[in-house]
Design a binder for this molecule. Structure first.
Ligand code: 5GP
Ligand code: ZN
Length: 112
């Protein structure tokens, strides 16, 4: 298995884990773009949102609810940004689906 995030999920590559459950793992991003920058990774290898299937529906919902729980635990009372980069145009650099949780500052819209 050559997937970086699969190796982080199974513990063979170290990361700062902030949350783990039976479906997902949350880690601190190694290059944080905000005071809070967490990545929520499904334990299941799904290469991108474009390759998620109907059977992943509950898992995808779990990632979102986990992100919100982590945002609340992180004290992001003024809001936060969740991002899933998909494919080359989306800026995805690691081909294992992951949700960014960003907070602690304001974000612009539209994105750059
Ligand atoms: P993407 O660009 O695919 O949406 O996001 C990938 C994210 O993974 C980037 O924000 C990058 O900083 C982060 N990242 C890449 N390699 C590692 C790593 O080895 N450990 C951690 N914790 N984050 C990583
Ligand atoms: Zn993977």
């Amino acid at each position: 298995m050559s997937c970086l995030f699969c190796k982080i999920v199974d513990g063979s590559i170290p990361a700062k884990h902030v949350y783990d459950d039976e479906l997902c793992v949350a880690i601190a991003d190694i290059h944080p773009q905000s005071p809070t920058h967490l990545l929520v990774l499904p334990r299941k290898h799904i290469s991108s949102l474009a390759n998620a299937a109907a059977e992943d529906q509950a898992l995808l919902g779990h990632l979102l609810l986990t992100a919100n729980a982590l945002a609340q635990q992180s004290g992001l009372v003024n809001g936060y940004r969740t991002v899933i980069n998909t494919g080359d145009d989306g800026g995805q650099t690691v081909d294992h689906l992951h949700l960014h949780l960003l907070g602690g500052r304001e974000y612009g819209w539209p994105p750059g």
